[in-house]
Design a protein around this ligand. Structure first.
Ligand code: HEC
Ligand code: HEC
Length: 314
């Protein structure tokens, strides 16, 4: 052996060992900390005053107001959550829960609790973790998946066009069976979908810029990447590339943008929609109780959630 290769091997070893060391640090899930008794007690107090009426005394989703709602209040004892930054199948991060509670879920009865203090939100989050035994098992925990910033072309009209077109193509292929080619939520499979809580799960009308999981491109990208657990809306992390998901986001936003005509009053029925003039409108699907989707009979009308119902154009 000459002396030649040695420094190189040394460098490689250093690189290798540093990447091995770095690996567990980035993937490690911080051990779950059982919430303190004090936090749980305080959280229960918040829960009983603010949440019980919908989510039920035991967190089983059977509160007094629940039966009339679509979607139903979450059965918090199931330990399954839709709006997460973690991979499909995992519990949400505590940040995800806090975001849901603070911002509410647009277009549903889940109100935004912007009036609760940060401390109250932390404590009610602690209480939620006592409602399902899933929280105690480390295998159900994960860190958030990497959620990159939107590509620079997203806010540039001309540069975005080819991406929207590719998004439309992907949508027809991957999403139309449920969402419909026109994204109105009336795909062939749409009427027969149910969620793990035995409730009908309807694909939303994506032409309306009211997204439950949040209005920004990052929110849509997160939904496509992590899926909405418990519902037929699966994660597309394995079946699409990062770029393809941004193309889909661009296309969904273009639909919403074309329904965002200033001449149209958003508090009223929005049809006819300029984007879909070419596509004949099928009759809106009805829920089993006969109410129109998107216009459920909800007895409790919370003040509009703080997540804006109309994402601001930029
Ligand atoms: C007026 C009824 C109502 C009240 C009050 C209410 N919720 Fe909800 N909540 C809902 C509904 C409906 C959903 C289901 C929304 C969906 O499936 O998109 C929900 C969903 C949730 C979810 C599930 C989010 C996910 O990722 O799946 C959490 C967590 C939650 N609520 C926490 C709370 C907490 C904490 C409070 C009290 C501070 C509260 N809710 C009060 C109606 C309510
Ligand atoms: C198997 C049926 C199915 C397929 C395939 C499917 N979805 Fe969905 N999607 C749903 C359902 C059902 C919901 C509503 C889930 C719920 O909250 O109950 C949904 C919700 C969504 C939402 C959430 C909107 C919000 O309010 O935040 C987006 C965005 C979305 N889908 C986009 C897509 C895209 C893009 C594709 C294709 C890459 C796709 N979906 C494929 C059934 C499907």
């Amino acid at each position: 052996m000459t002396h030649g290769p040695r420094p190189l091997t040394g460098t490689l070893l250093v690189l290798l060992s540093s990447s091995l060391l770095a690996e567990p640090a980035t993937n490690a899930v911080p051990p779950w900390q059982e919430p303190t008794d004090e936090a749980v007690r305080a959280g229960r107090h918040v829960y009983e005053r603010q949440c019980l009426v919908c989510h039920g005394r035991w967190g089983d989703g059977r509160g007094e107001l629940a039966p009339e709602m679509y979607p139903r209040p979450r059965r918090l004892t199931s330990g399954i959550f839709k709006y997460r930054s973690t991979p499909s199948g995992f519990l949400p991060t505590l940040g995800d829960l806090q975001r849901t509670i603070r911002n509410g879920i647009a277009g549903t009865s889940m109100p935004a609790f912007s009036s609760l203090s940060h401390r109250e939100i932390l404590s009610v989050t602690a209480y939620l973790q006592t409602l399902s035994s899933r929280w105690r098992r480390p295998i159900h925990h994960s860190t958030a998946v990497p959620l990159p910033d939107p590509p620079p072309w997203m806010e540039d009209h001309d540069a975005r066009l080819p991406h929207e077109q590719n998004g439309a193509r992907l949508f027809a292929q991957l999403c139309a069976p449920c969402h419909g080619y026109d994204a109105s939520g009336t795909g062939a499979a749409s009427l027969n979908l149910i969620d793990v809580w035995d409730q009908p799960s309807r694909p939303p009308d994506l032409r309306e810029p009211v997204y439950r999981s949040g209005p920004t491109p990052n929110d849509l990208y997160r939904t496509l990447t992590t899926g909405l657990d418990g519902t037929p809306m699966a994660s597309f992390a394995e079946t699409t590339s990062e770029e393809e998901r941004w193309d889909l986001v661009a296309w969904i936003r273009s639909l919403a943008a074309s329904s965002r005509d200033p001449a149209i009053d958003f508090s009223e029925d929005r049809s006819p929609r300029p984007a879909t003039d070419a596509v004949p409108e099928p009759p809106p699907p009805t829920t089993p109780d006969g109410t129109q989707r998107g216009h459920p009979s909800i007895p409790y009308k919370p003040t509009p959630t703080s997540s804006p119902t109309v994402p601001g154009p930029r």
